[in-house]
Design a binder for this molecule. Structure first.
Ligand SMILES: [Fe+2]
Length: 190
């Protein structure tokens, strides 16, 4: 198949990924991708959501702890094995991990590589608050913590800044990410 629905993507994700943290991360990235699509590619919102949902499809399958370059290509293998041949999706998934050899080049690819660490970063900021709720998070505290290199050090700042390649400013990205994740706060336990 050369297209994929959100439901098919959701079912596929839940077939290959069982860890709650991985699933909620995938839903968070999906939400941010939806928010970015509304601004950048409204007619492709569903497809951008699918790219977010499936970007870590191989999280529990690829031997990425031994070889990080397998993260991305193994997702593509899974998709093809399941009968999906969608180059734009494959490229976006590969490009969210440039270590696998594919650099981001398109607006969609830049959005995904930025949305991935941003979702974890926003979650980390929420966890500072006593109630650990997204609703408590202020936009400016995200930007403040972003400048502290030791805070959520695993969230790749360079990748997050690639959002500017899409024409969206950092401030707007923070806004969209926070809003988008808030919309599914219950679902992702935040
Ligand atoms: Fe991810």
């Amino acid at each position: 198949m050369t297209t994929i629905t959100r439901q098919q993507a959701y079912d596929l994700l839940n077939k290959y990924v069982k860890g709650d943290n991985y699933l909620t991360h995938s839903y968070a990235v999906e939400a941010i991708m939806r928010g970015l699509a509304k601004r950048l590619a409204p007619e492709e919102e569903e497809f951008w959501a699918v790219c977010g949902l499936l970007h870590d499809l191989d999280e529990e399958t690829a031997p990425w702890r031994d070889d990080f370059a397998t993260h991305g290509p193994v997702s593509v293998e899974i998709l093809r094995k399941e009968g999906f041949n969608i180059p734009v999706l494959e490229n976006a998934i590969m490009a969210h991990n440039p270590i696998c050899g594919k650099n981001p080049e398109t607006t969609l690819e830049y959005a995904l590589i930025a949305a991935d660490p941003m979702s974890g970063f926003v979650k980390a900021v929420a966890q500072i608050y006593p109630d650990k709720k997204l609703a408590s998070v202020k936009k400016k505290s995200i930007t403040k913590r972003f400048k502290e290199a030791r805070f959520a050090a695993g969230a790749n700042r360079q990748y997050m800044m690639l959002i500017e390649k899409t024409g969206i400013s950092w401030d707007e990205f923070v806004d969209i990410s926070l809003q988008s994740m808030l919309e599914i706060a219950d679902e992702i336990g935040l």
